[in-house]
Design a protein around this ligand. Sequence first.
Ligand SMILES: [Fe+2]
Length: 405
Amino acid sequence: MKKDRREFLKSTVGLTALTSLVPAIAVGQSFSIESRDPDLGHVFLTSPYLQNPSPNAITVMFIVNLPSYSYVEFGESEELGKKAHKTENGLVVAYNRVNKITLLNLKPATTYYYRVVSKEISKFDPYNLIYGETIVSYIHSFITPSFEKDDVSVLIMNDLHERPYSIPHLMNLVDKKEMDFVFFNGDVFDYQEDEKQIIDNMLTPCCDEFASNIPFYFVRGNHETRGKFARELYHYFATPKEQQYYEFLWGVTHFTVLDTGEDKPDTDKEYGNIVDFDSYREEQLQWFKKVVQTAGFKKAKFRVVLMHIPFFHSDDWHGTKHLEKLFSSIFNDSKIDICICGHTHRYGVYSPDKKKHRYPIIIGGGPKEGNRTIISLKANSKQLSLKMMRDDGKLVGNYDIVPKE
Ligand SMILES: [Fe+2]
């Protein structure tokens, strides 16, 4: 039997607080509930989390527990006033649970306020659609990136391996005030089991810490390619062009994100003949050859590569060597400024090497206490500055670069 929703709110926030928490439109009809308790009826399983930002657009994601029609209300003040939902082939996306809604035509460098709304579809017959409960989130805000500003500030974490508590711990070691986005450089998980794992071990700690207000990007490590839910994982994140490898420009810094795949050969028996990472890495090389020809890449003051498996200072397994064979020369020839990785679980800063890599390679550590790191990268037109902090607050790496001539 469902718990009483009003009783739930009374017990958790107190009746006086309820009035201020429930948005005006919902009073008397429905209640704003951000809960992970499915016994409460229609509920949000996550707070909204921001993805794939640009000066004119941002994607709002959130998960509910029942098939529903969901949308975002947003605007430049807490009055909101605009509404966005997703359409596909003439139909508004509905009767779904995992929501990925992009707000378009935003102004750069502007503060926006938003909340998400979800209307349960309790009956969906061909000619008889009946809505059930409506739930409304709290109001959150974000600032769109600027076209004018040259700077970027990023926090990078890797190899958390099912340790949700590492996210607030590491983020509390660094200054978050100027942060533009957070980047997860793979192996947040050990393998993909189900949706609950993604919510509990990543989305909830991200939302609690920052993700309703500051966007994050994610790229897979080798561990995220494993397990029965691996093929569903991409539904929970938004990336440029909906690809798992991607590129974007922020200020004067260009970011290339590669999805390095598995570390062992595709024929390894534990993969059961249902992986094809050799072709996938080659596909990424062909794509990257085009990226290096773009004006965005060529004109950038700094070119940063983010990828999970480093092909130097790592292991000699198949995936690693295959990446080296494919990308080693193009990274040098295209004047990559810095490559930031994870995977080895041993943090380190490796200066440019004339023979192998003419750019520094930074490897973040993890996942156990004493090995976890968070990397802060700040860049403007004059300098790129990277600092790597260990989980005890000690600075264990830094690297400063000026633009190449
Ligand atoms: Fe790892």
